[in-house]
Design a protein around this ligand. Sequence first.
Ligand code: PMP
Length: 317
Amino acid sequence: METKQPSFAWMNGEIVPWSEARLPIDTGCVLGGLNVYEVMGAFWSESQGRLNVFGLEQHLDRLDYSRRVARIEPPFTRAEIRQGALELLSREEAGDDILVRIALYVGAGLNLGYLPDEVELGAFMFPLFTGSRHAPRRAPLKAGISSWDRLSDRAAPPRVKSGANYQNARLARVQGRINGYDDVLLLNAAGEVTEFPLSNFMLVRRGVLVTPWRESGILEGITRMALLELARDELGLAVEERPVLRSELYAADEAFMTGTSMGVREIASIDGYPVGDGSIGPITSRLGEAYQRVARGLDSSRADRWNTPVPRVTIAV
Ligand code: PMP
């Protein structure tokens, strides 16, 4: 995968060169993964000649929720974070899709309990370049079921997008790769399907779009939200958000993963059982196309809700 180093980051209110965007090693963020964060996509629109951030307000809503629950509330307003993200993006070269990571973090503390009144709190943001726009289409996925459970709402709620939650994600992903899968679905303690370590999951059965409901313990994905809206409003599909059991996976006609960094990506097999005929299904492909149009700002009827234009600035050299 093509990757490029960022030129700039935003650290606690200032745009700084990438080489100066560093955190000390004695922070809760480094030592315990104590942060809440977002990764949002800014997608290039050729016809408009600009980037549009997809779901900026929805990502900021989720960040506000995560920071409140995790009690990681550095002294930056939502407006300052929004402005910082747009300013960072406006400095990047035209023509690329860019992801931007926003993190609110626990800094150094008096002790390892990191109680709110004994700790510094901060915020940073930086762009991520995945080369996704120019990458060749990837092969459909071979998925499996992880033998690791998804985190529980009673211990580390998956609804809160926190860095520390990704220990669970990594355990599942690494083991999945060792077992020969591209990626793995996690079940919760009750045996219900939840999501992939880094993305949400949907299947199609008898023409109905089905996805694990939030009560099974998932991250409330912004792409998931957009796809459910598009499925209902644009494709006129019946949609079910409900518990999904493992055995239903093997009855799916189509299945796909969804999230900011991959959009819609079809699944060819689960646990070695082919999904449909193993190639991309008609509903997956229509939803993927509808999502691309909205994400790139080409669906004017949805632009107010989903697209925030990135202003272009000319930087004096
Ligand atoms: N679930 C998990 C665990 C994730 O890390 C992500 C990526 N943020 C998603 C789902 C998809 O969420 P979104 O569509 O907001 O990127």
